[in-house]
Design a protein around this ligand. Structure first.
Ligand code: PLP
Length: 441
């Protein structure tokens, strides 16, 4: 058979389109007003980015990019081990290691590639446990390494005890997880993961792609949120979300980072990160540390929008974060709701298979500190109109609804030195404010 046959048969408009227009790969341009983007020449509220802190268009990042491109050029034309390393790369690695409280860090040109570097630590015979919804890049890293990969359901890591117990004495044991899940917006069960890892001397790797800069008192992400930084062996993160740039970082013990730098194929056989991207990430990291109020604001905005949508009758699932998964449940309705939202002046993300299992389609929305109150209100109005038109919410709002429990930082560590009782699957730690049912006035 010819591998091109499948391409001729693939009808992407029927698969991923509404009214004859594809819903994906549409050009989305920055607009004059922060919080908005231009699509088909029209300015709409951007509710579909991962720019959780509203830094992507920050003039300080732009300035840093311009300075870097003037001094170092647009690219490095070489790999890091050979001619590609610049002072800026090393500054960014030191800054990331310091921010994450780790001995050392290595950066890569994307978050995906950062995770692929983990393959350099794994080999055939090693046993890796991972959440079923772990990001594709973590799954691919394990596949590339040849290690055995076992997937568990959220909150069900302790059911994997036997697998670790049975792994031979020579098998490396690792539990790898997203910190904050990119589609559901809920947290991994880090206390449970850490407890299991300790019992079996397994290593713990947390991908903080979506929580870096957003969760935890100082923005270190999910390990800090749970007060379990010391129990996590390696942290990976990307610069393409809250840091408004592109690239990623792997941070941990210096010996391990050096080993990965020198041996991982995804580190050695690729060109160095472009200087403008490194400069933007560094500038954003400085802002994250200098402006903790931005993080608090992001969580306030998230709370307001979750609750605004819930008050209209939408289901935003188990999310405890700025990721708002609006449940739809079938592909056609999901694409229809997305189109109606766009007609109403809001761009959000329709997530259908393969991004979600069939029957669990969502509109993924997120809002940022860059949005004004007026933009947020406009977005809620558009969701109300589109949701009713698509039959996703009732014409009359519900009499009561349950407010979201945002994963806000609190003063002390969550579990102390020994991992304590675990939150139930997908729910934020128990230190959150008690949930009440809010009557609609
Ligand atoms: C959990 C997670 N890890 C890694 C990545 C890859 O990061 P990047 O898109 O910056 O390559 C993503 C991106 O969507 C992600 O959600």
């Amino acid at each position: 058979m010819d591998i091109f046959d499948q391409c001729r048969e693939f009808d992407f408009i029927r698969a991923y389109g509404v009214d004859g227009v594809p819903a994906y790969f549409r050009p989305v341009q920055p607009a004059d007003r922060p919080g908005e983007v231009e699509i088909d020449g029209r300015s709409v509220v951007m509710a579909g980015s991962n720019d959780y802190l509203g830094l992507a268009q920050d003039p300080r990042l732009t300035e840093a990019v311009v300075r870097a491109v003037r001094r170092l050029g647009s690219g490095c034309s070489g790999s890091r081990p050979l001619s590609g390393t610049r002072d800026l790369h090393e500054q960014l690695e030191h800054a990331c290691a310091a921010f994450l409280g780790r001995e050392a860090a290595v950066i890569a040109p994307s978050g995906f590639q950062t995770n692929l570097m983990l393959a350099g630590l794994l080999g055939r015979g090693d046993v890796v446990l991972g959440d079923r919804q772990n990001h594709a890049s973590l799954v691919d890293a394990v596949r590339l390494s040849g290690a055995r990969y076992h997937r568990y359901r959220r909150g069900g890591v302790d059911q994997m005890e036997q697998l670790l117990a049975e792994a031979g004495p020579n098998a490396g044991k690792v539990i790898v997880t997203d910190g904050l899940f990119s589609m559901e917006g809920d947290l991994c069960d880090l206390p449970g993961i850490v407890a299991l890892a300790r019992r079996h001397r397994a290593r713990v790797v947390v991908d903080c792609a979506h929580d870096l800069g957003v969760l935890g008192a100082s923005g270190q992400g999910v390990p800090e949120h749970f007060g379990l930084e010391d129990q996590v062996d390696l942290v990976t993160a990307t610069f393409s979300k809250s840091l408004g740039s592109i690239g990623g970082v792997l941070a941990g013990p210096a010996q391990v980072i050096d080993f990965v730098k020198y041996t991982a194929r995804a580190s050695v056989f690729t060109a160095a990160m472009a200087p403008p991207a490194a400069a933007a990430a560094l500038a954003a990291l400085e802002i994250v540390q200098a402006e903790p109020a931005r993080r608090a604001h992001a969580l306030d905005v998230a709370e307001r929008m979750h609750n605004g949508l819930r008050a209209l009758g939408f289901d935003t699932g188990h999310s405890v974060s700025p990721i708002i998964p609006v449940t739809v449940g079938d592909r056609e309705t999901c694409l229809l709701l997305w189109q109606r939202l766009l007609d109403g002046g809001v761009y959000a993300n329709p997530i259908v298979a393969p991004g979600r299992p069939a029957g669990e389609e969502i509109i993924r929305a997120s809002f940022t500190p860059a949005h004004t109150d007026a933009q947020l209100d406009r977005a809620l109005e558009a969701f109300a109109t589109a949701g009713r038109a698509a039959g996703v919410i009732p014409r009359t709002p519900p009499a009561s609804w349950t407010p979201v429990r945002i994963a806000r930082p609190t003063a002390g560590p969550d579990t102390g030195p020994e991992p304590g009782p675990r939150p139930s699957a997908g729910i934020a730690p128990q230190r959150q404010a008690p949930v009440a049912t809010v009557p609609i006035r």
